[in-house]
Design a protein around this ligand. Structure first.
Ligand code: S3P
Length: 427
């Protein structure tokens, strides 16, 4: 797919599709609750549809119309043994969270996904779930999916996680619903806390203190009404686009700004960006607001490291694009997790931005970007990673010649209407 420098600034309002993390969780928690869960603004991306398909294979009736999703939950012990392998597609969240639930069932199941999923590390959940007495194995013995999980009565543990990962934390907390006592997880830095917030609203006893989250077993979970806020990880592309294209001014409506997810806003502010938060409120325990973003001509590089990293982990590719257009040096450290996402996002960002003429160097755990140089078009592969494709579609808006993105339709994973929405703002 070919992209060209935009002749017009980005203007107008945009409502971003529902948050991916929250959409997954609303289906999962609805499935293991009593009664019906009604979800609006659910993200109809491939990843979340994979979650729906897995729960349908375990006997959960899920109605999906463009208006809303209805999940007819069957309670904590109401899932039935799937008759076929569970296909998680490209979704790490589905894989790791569902594994926590499957660890507590009294049946054996198998799950697998696409080529990317089959390379991503699952040892990080196999270890703690095994400590809880689940039988979970990597079928090929390489620490990756396909996984075979035989549920058992589980034992509550305290787990010191080596990674700040909401997927790991959530997997353990979900298994903790089926344990014989309290389960807790401490992480090196706080990762997104949607599981804690939403499980509480379904009726679980979940406490959070610093970087430790704890859960008590065997709660009565009840179906809820959930309005999914717009995904700040998707909004990030338009935020960066408006900041780098002269004359732009956009209003992003109804966007989640949970403080475990808002690192992009903090980084943009540190770079001098003109972003105003309007109409801030809470919905279902989640912070939500409208974001007014204006072109900012004199963005400055900054250092991004430490505890802020988990709060912007999925935004680093598009932050790298922003840094390429900012003056001075941006240094990103402690971001080694990017190597084990849908693709090796560190290597690919460094390679692709270099191809466009950016002065960028990869490091062990991040990158150093000397921004402010004019970027040229190139022919770049998405590596079937939705966030790589969207980041370069944004870079193309302010680069000097045609940029071709191969396999660009992988945006379907998290934002099926991304190119149409971008085009509409540039009209
Ligand atoms: C997610 C957590 C993050 C993020 C992913 C979604 C979630 O992964 O990268 O896109 O929904 O819990 P980690 O928590 O493993 O970093």
């Amino acid at each position: 797919m070919e992209f060209h420098k935009t002749e017009k600034p980005l203007r107008g309002e945009i409502t971003i599709p529902g948050d991916k993390s929250i959409s997954h969780r609303s289906v999962m928690f609805g499935a293991i609750s009593q009664g019906t869960t009604e979800i609006t603004n659910f993200l109809q991306g491939q990843d979340c549809l994979s979650t729906i398909s897995c729960f349908r294979k375990m006997g959960i009736e899920i109605e999906n119309t463009s208006e809303r999703i209805l999940v007819h939950g069957r309670g904590l012990h109401g899932l039935t043994a799937p008759t076929e392998i569970l296909d998680v597609g490209n979704s790490g969240t589905t894989t790791r969270l569902i594994s926590g639930i499957l660890a507590g069932q009294d049946f054996t199941s198998e799950l697998t996904g696409d080529a990317s999923i089959q390379k991503r590390p699952m040892g990080r959940i196999i270890k703690p779930l095994s400590m809880m007495d689940a039988t979970i194995e990597s079928i090929k013995g390489n620490g990756c999916a396909p996984l075979r999980i035989s549920g058992h009565a589980l034992k509550g543990i305290h787990y010191q996680s080596p990674v700040a990962s909401a997927q790991v934390k959530s997997s353990i907390l979900l298994a903790g619903l089926y344990a014989d006592g309290k389960t807790s997880v401490t992480e090196p830095a706080l990762s997104r806390n949607h599981t804690e917030i939403m499980l509480r609203s379904f009726g679980a006893t979940v406490t959070s203190e610093g970087t430790t989250a704890s859960i008590l077993p065997d709660p009565d979970l009840h179906g809820q009404k959930i309005e999914v806020p717009g995904d700040i990880s998707s909004a990030a592309y338009f935020i960066v686009a408006a900041l780098i294209v002269p004359g732009s001014e956009i209003l992003i409506k109804n966007c989640g700004i949970n403080e475990t997810r808002d690192g992009i806003l903090r980084v943009c502010r540190a770079m001098g960006a003109d972003i105003t938060v309007l109409n801030a409120h809470t919905s279902g325990g989640e912070a939500v607001a409208d974001l007014l973003v204006r072109y900012t001509p004199d963005l400055k590089g900054c250092v991004i490291e430490g505890d802020i990293i988990p709060t912007l982990i999925d935004e680093i590719p598009v932050i790298a694009v922003l840094a390429a257009f900012a003056d001075g040096t941006t240094t990103i450290r402690n971001a080694e997790e990017l190597k084990v996402k849908e693709s090796n996002r560190l290597d690919i960002m460094v390679h692709h931005l270099s191809e466009m003429g950016c002065d960028i160097t990869g490091t062990e755990d991040g990158m150093i970007i000397n921004g402010g140089k004019t970027l040229q078009g190139a022919v770049l592969d998405s590596f079937l990673d939705h966030r790589i494709a969207m980041s370069f579609a944004i870079a193309s808006l302010a680069c000097e010649s045609t940029l071709t993105i191969r396999r660009a339709d992988c945006v379907n994973i998290s934002y099926p209407a991304f190119y149409q929405d971008l085009e509409r703002l540039c009209r």
